[in-house]
Design a protein around this ligand. Structure first.
Ligand code: GLA
Length: 408
């Protein structure tokens, strides 16, 4: 959840770049390829890419067995890789001084730490699932900014997973990969995250948002290409330092699980919208009631957003995005002043809707704007930041891109 150091933010902010095709020098695939050749004095067997993601709506609903609607970004992490005959794993990154090496003996949760844990975790999870994982040499390059809430960790896990599956000829269909990557993060790295990020970076399609039922893992690809609508999506990197994000995330998750226990349901997904008022009366304190209200209303907002998108009524999702933000701010209490400032400034400058995206306590804001007012919104957010004395925010236009794939 917290990202990894292979993904330093590009100077000047989040830069949404074209999806790389074949490796060319300078782009992220070219950098991974060149780094492999330089580090190992050999040719990679191939390059595998996985994107960062933004979540259109549905926050902290995934681990409550609910609904989410993320889309992939064209910012990507690329892994160049080849088998290692000695059966060990070595991985270098353009943003780390030293490579990480591990052997079968290190495949014990907690043994490999730091960014290498995401790689070792994937190897560990594959072996736990009974796959004969080949030893490998890997080189990582990434344009997904670190710790901005755009899922640099899931991008690394998914790119490594795709590489190892192909190198080993493993039988692991795409639909089963998100759970395995999530297991790496939950059980090896030790972050209690849900299934959204890994599903998004693996299963998303170009020009679509991914409507995911996190209980059944059923997906529907919802057309969400704004190019023809006169609308634009802006991602604002709030530049807010993560404030206790890991501990607070775990606390929110615990309190949702405790509430589900108290209500006698398997997960908060099982509290229907029209049963919310009654459910709240059965909860012991105001904080728990607000956590539950967020999750139940957020699930409904995802369903409402999907219905509007299916009907082609894209502009009308704006108020749902803004309501989602208010719920995260007031009920789930996971926003910070930089994030709230970006949302308020974007709305005041004419955004149709704006909300924090991702786990919270920093990260990015997503704003839906008329293409013609994108510059005005950008200027307004930048000015509001200056007025409050915050670090200069990064703003970029994004569009839904494809999920993980093999490049070469
Ligand atoms: C992080 C987690 C996800 C999800 C979001 C909040 O990104 O990794 O599983 O819980 O926060 O929606």
């Amino acid at each position: 959840m917290t990202g990894h150091p292979t993904a330093a933010p590009p100077a000047g902010g989040v830069a949404d770049r074209p999806t790389p095709g074949r490796a060319t020098p300078g782009d992220v695939a070219g950098r991974a390829d060149a780094s492999f050749r330089q580090r190992y004095a050999a040719e990679p067997a191939g390059c595998w890419a996985a994107p960062g993601r933004a979540n259109l709506i549905g926050e902290h609903t995934d681990y409550n067995d609910g609904f989410v609607l993320p889309f992939a970004l064209s910012l990507r992490t690329v892994v160049a890789a080849a088998p290692a005959p000695d059966g060990t794993w070595t991985v270098c990154s353009e943003h780390a001084d030293e490579p990480v090496r591990f052997t079968v003996d290190d495949l014990v949760p907690g043994r490999v730490t730091g960014w290498g844990a995401y790689v070792a975790g994937v190897v560990w999870a594959l072996r736990e699932a009974g796959h004969a994982v080949p030893g490998a040499r890997l080189a990582v390059a990434s344009d997904v900014p670190l710790g901005s809430g755009l899922s640099s960790s899931a991008a690394l896990e998914a790119a490594v997973l795709a590489a190892l599956v192909d190198l080993g000829g493993l039988d692991l269909p795409t639909g089963r990969r998100p759970r395995l990557a999530q297991r790496a993060e939950n059980a090896y790295v030790g972050a209690p995250t849900g299934i959204m990020d890994q599903s998004a970076v693996i299963r998303c399609r170009d020009g679509h948002a991914l409507f995911l039922d996190c209980r059944t893992e059923e997906v529907e690809h919802i057309p969400f290409d704004l190019d023809t609508t006169g609308l634009t999506l802006l991602v604002v990197d709030s530049r807010a330092p993560h404030r206790h994000a890991d501990g607070e995330y775990a606390a929110r998750r615990r309190s949702c699980e405790q509430a589900a226990d108290l209500l006698g349901v398997a997960a908060l997904r099982d509290v229907p919208t029209d049963g919310l008022v009654t459910a709240l009366t059965r909860l012991p304190d105001d904080a728990t009631r607000r956590r539950v209200r967020h999750v139940v209303t957020e699930n409904q907002r995802v369903l409402d957003t999907v219905a509007l998108l299916r009907a082609g009524r894209v502009r009308e999702i704006g108020p749902l995005l803004t309501a989602s933000h208010a719920s995260m701010r007031d009920d789930f209490e996971i926003t910070v002043p930089e994030i709230d400032t970006a949302v308020e400034a974007a709305l005041a400058a004419g955004a149709l809707g704006a909300r924090m995206t991702g786990g919270g306590f920093g990260g990015c804001v997503l704003a839906l704007v008329e293409a013609a007012s994108a510059d005005a919104v950008t200027a307004a957010v930048t000015a509001a930041y200056a007025e409050r004395g915050f670090a200069v925010p990064g703003l970029v236009r994004v569009r839904p891109a494809p999920g993980a794939n093999r490049l070469t």
